[in-house]
Ligand binder design. Structure first.
Ligand SMILES: [Zn+2]
Length: 347
């Protein structure tokens, strides 16, 4: 519901700590103007809306194509399987696929996403068309000239791109964001990526402690995509990506779902996987699922003065009403069918 003014009561996950407290939230003109203690028995849960910090929505059209191979054969530009499929797909199908994936993200409580968009300026325009009119805001990282029309430049590993330095310099000159895949297969492309002082690194699946410390020191957020790493065979234990180590070293984590080709772009599934395999504290997983909205220049945390971007969950629609810890239950079990209302601000 893109409502600009409303009042909602419930057990809400408040502030950066996401502590559950019964409150009445008042929204005026899209802004949370008050969060007051609520003394009644709350019948709803209120959770900040999610942000998917790394997607490739374009490859929705290649969903679950029977294919063998690893990173290089499937997704490395310019000749990976997905790039061949994208090049041969009619534009209307491409747009319809991306829009269908945005609808899925919205249904599962996602208010925005950061996409690495292939296909140059034409590709960026296709994504803008796919997202038009939906209350799910894109941050688009273009390439092959698309960065001029986009919010930033999204560079596949520096290993795969010639003249990365000149591309980054041009993006900076245009005032655009800079994001790079790094450390997905091994640590060897992370130092070069860090040298560009990027706004976002994606993966860091095999980054070393020294590299992670550098990310923390420079406050460069890392979009991690654990399910994608497992599917592509670059992770096979909780050691990669080193999520707990990243937190211990003070890194800022965002959750992403990566290629729609083989991972469904649903943040709740990614949270449940992180909880099961990596055993991170639920508050840390939730924070990573929410805080990517910093790429939009805003916070979705439930605090007075922030834009209203939150989900109203009806636990009585399923067995989750028996939960002894709603925050943990949201991380491990939340499903689109329990999301009763979405209060999203598009400004
Ligand atoms: Zn990616």
């Amino acid at each position: 519901m893109p409502a600009s003014s409303c009042t909602v009561t419930g057990l809400a996950l408040i502030g950066e700590e996401m502590e559950a407290e019964p409150v009445r939230i008042t929204v005026e003109d899209g802004i949370i103007v008050s969060l007051e203690p609520f003394s009644g028995r709350p019948e709803r849960w209120i959770c900040p809306a999610f942000f998917n910090a790394h997607t490739h929505l374009g490859d929705t059209v290649a969903m679950d194509i029977p294919a063998r191979g690893g990173l290089a054969e499937l997704v490395r530009p310019p000749d990976g399987l997905k790039h061949r499929i994208l090049a041969s797909t009619p534009r209307a199908d491409l747009v319809a696929g991306m829009r269908a994936s945005i609808d899925v993200m919205l249904a599962t409580g996602t208010m925005g996403f950061a996409d690495f968009r292939e296909g140059g300026a034409v590709g960026v325009a296709a994504l803008r068309e796919a997202a038009a009119g939906l209350p799910c805001r894109p941050v688009i990282f273009g390439r092959d000239g698309g960065e001029r029309e986009a919010d930033g430049i999204g560079i596949s590993s520096v290993r795969d791109v010639e003249h990365a330095e000149a591309l980054v310099a041009e993006a900076r000159r245009l005032g655009r964001l800079v994001a790079l895949h790094a450390g997905e297969r091994d640590p060897s492309d992370v130092d070069d990526a860090l040298s560009f002082e990027p706004d976002l690194l994606v993966h860091c699946t095999h980054a070393t402690d020294r590299q992670l410390r550098a990310c923390a020191d420079a406050d460069i957020p890392i979009a991690v995509c654990p399910r994608s790493n497992w599917v592509l065979g670059v992770a096979a234990s909780a050691a990669h990506p080193p999520l707990q180590r990243m937190l211990d070293l003070g890194c800022r984590l965002f959750l992403g779902t990566d290629n729609v080709m083989f991972v469904q772009p649903e943040i709740p599934q990614e949270m449940a996987f992180a909880a099961t395999v990596y055993r991170l504290p639920p508050a840390e997983i939730l924070r990573a699922a929410v805080s990517g909205s910093a790429l939009l220049g805003r916070s979705s945390v439930l605090e007075e003065g922030n834009f209203a971007n939150f989900l109203v969950i009806n636990p009585n629609k399923s067995n989750i009403c028996f939960s002894r810890d709603p925050r943990t239950t949201i991380v491990k079990r939340i499903h689109a069918s329990a999301i009763e209302q979405k209060v999203l601000t598009l400004k």
